[in-house]
Design a protein. Sequence first.
Length: 217
Amino acid sequence: MKATYLEAAVGQYLLAHTTGPDDVLEALAMETRELMGDRAIMQIAPDQGRFLTMIAQLTRARNAVEVGTFTGYSAICIARGLTARGKLNCFDISEEWTSVARRYWEKAGVAGRIDLRIGDAAERLHDLPTFPAVDLAFIDADKENYGVYYEIIMSYLTPGGLILVDNTLWHGKVAHPQEHDETTTAMRAFNDMVAADPRVTSIMLPIADGLTMIRKH
Ligand SMILES: C[S@@+](CC[C@H](N)C(=O)[O-])C[C@H]1O[C@@H](n2cnc3c(N)ncnc32)[C@H](O)[C@@H]1O
């Protein structure tokens, strides 16, 4: 369970009362555990996946961006929620991990709506076309660079567009000033920056490891 700040029974209850993943996502989660071992923890949780699809549907998103794709679970969830001719541009540094993603995108029937760019997202995000504007983004990569990705995506984001950011509670450590490790400090700085950003309205949701939803004015 990713919501480590919740009592385990409450976390299990919450998952049991959320529409679960389909067979393709279940198989992807299983293969990711088999291939990646401990690294499989990087995959988003099933309730987050459900949330991403719903948000894409509710916002009628057409042009989405994902930073941090890994084996492709969140990308499937976003792509499934896009409008009929919607596109998702994914960014990741790993050919190896995203080769699994490509296989599962085919199985999920969403390969045709996803473009994957391999390389450092801080550089590759600048390759995005300026039209159509981005209306939905998901940031789930190296935490120390969240601020960089946020600023680049903001420059492509349409007014009213949404950025969703994963791991913003960072196991609850951001709320404890005695925690000073590099990632906690980076995540705290990112959260403070978003909360003070006059360009946006934001809400931090206790879903999985913390998911912040940010709407550009
Ligand atoms: C937490 S995982 C993403 C999990 C994914 N969203 C899912 O649903 O399975 C983080 C990913 O960010 C990628 N990453 C790390 N640093 C990066 C960078 N500088 N640019 C692009 N991707 C990066 C890693 O290769 C890894 O696949």
